[in-house]
Design a protein around this ligand. Sequence first.
Ligand code: UDX
Ligand code: ADP
Length: 464
Amino acid sequence: MKVKNICCIGAGYVGGPTMAVIAQKCPEINVTVVDLNEKRIAAWNDEDVENIPIYEPGLSVVVEEARGRNLFFSTDVDEAIDKADMIFISVNTPTKTYGIGKGMAADLKYIELCARQIARVAKNDKIVVEKSTLPVRTAQALKNILDNTGNGVNFQILSNPEFLAEGTAVTDLLAPDRVLIGGDIDTEKGQEAMQTLVDVYSHWVKPDHILTTNVWSSELSKLTANAFLAQRVSSINAMSELCEVTGADVNEVSKAVGMDTRIGPKFLQASVGFGGSCFQKDILNLVYIAKSFGLNEVADYWEQVILLNDHQKRRFAANIVKTLFNTVSGKKIAMLGWAFKKDTNDTREAASIYVADYLLNEQAEIVVYDPKVTAEQIYADLDYLGTRSSEENRKLITVVNDPEVACEKSHAIAVMTEWDEFLELNWEKIYDSMLKPAFLFDGRRLLNKKQMKDLGFKLYTIGN
Ligand code: UDX
Ligand code: ADP
């Protein structure tokens, strides 16, 4: 079977870029991305393509090429489901904040709502593809809902986890390390559905980069990949603390270790801690699954990756307080960067949120500058933590659109995101405008240490 119409439910960081690239590479397939969020869809349809709701290098060019030709954004979910022969589910699956599995398990309510909506609307056979990261065996749950509430139509469920990293989404999508497709390999219909999706990706991905597996292997591979990546960051961050007390330099250690071809150099950059919507959520999910099968040692092993990450964020914030003579009360601290990494406007689980919260508890006055994150988002992130009222957050944090203004008359600067533009700042001018002694806490090991010290900064970098 050849796909003619694709529908993607969820126009977020995964659904938006993925569908834009599919539409660009498969001009004969109509791709409709739907979302309940009207504001988000309106932004995807904005005449000025630079106003699309997600910032990713290269994305606006892809959207511009395909939008209106075979790429559409709409809030009419029913219509898009009805028309489609393949439906991607790319809705959010946050960690549960209530009930059983609170703080650990993935909240599947959005997925279930999608399944019920598909079951209600579908009049002909459909391939349903889970794209969001989901706990192992969700495909089975999806199938149960679809088979038992549907109109007698046949649904094939595939798992096709997304491995793109934010900030490099477009290049990751155009040249993926691999595309993983899990399906019902034991049946003819299952194999046919998998082949249909293989054919979509084959428009631009080489066959030896497309892996097909059973559904559960596919689901578990996604969690495993993220757990391994996060584990590397926590491993190097654990070493960063040891470096600080022994006098070793974590970058030198990282380089020496990464040159072992069995280990490799990637994901060994010490930092204030990993953020993003995936790492923590996926590991918590893994821990929850392991625990629910009574595999307590497995669960404890992976949980330590999160505990170390929390420790790293706390340690960074505590060090600011300690260094500023044990009090930051009433002191101005400039935070450069709020996004969880450079080249994205996504702030989910960003280390900056937790560091800011810690410093606010110590009554610091914080001024934030980030090139892509809005003030509204920064306040929303802090309000979501619930530590203090929304009014207090607005009183204690100021968001500015000029990094020099952020740093002026501050006691300390904390670099939270490795935006390239921070390298180009007039650091001499910034140093001169600060209160003395001027402290600089580089949470990303971004800046040139010698240059900063020569300018007069009291410098702290993670892992020396
Ligand atoms: C991750 C996975 O990389 C991707 O495959 C999956 O689809 C989604 O989750 P993402 O969260 O977008 O992608 O970004 P990633 O580049 O993995 O970075 C995650 C966090 O780890 C960031 O906060 C980053 O700054 C941090 N990090 C990464 C480090 O602190 N050190 C490193 O060496 C690498
Ligand atoms: P991700 O990073 O996984 O893409 P996002 O939160 O950026 O997550 O995007 C998920 C999108 O899914 C949101 O824009 C949300 O409005 C949308 N969504 C959630 N549930 C539904 C639903 N039942 N129907 C349509 N859209 C939905």
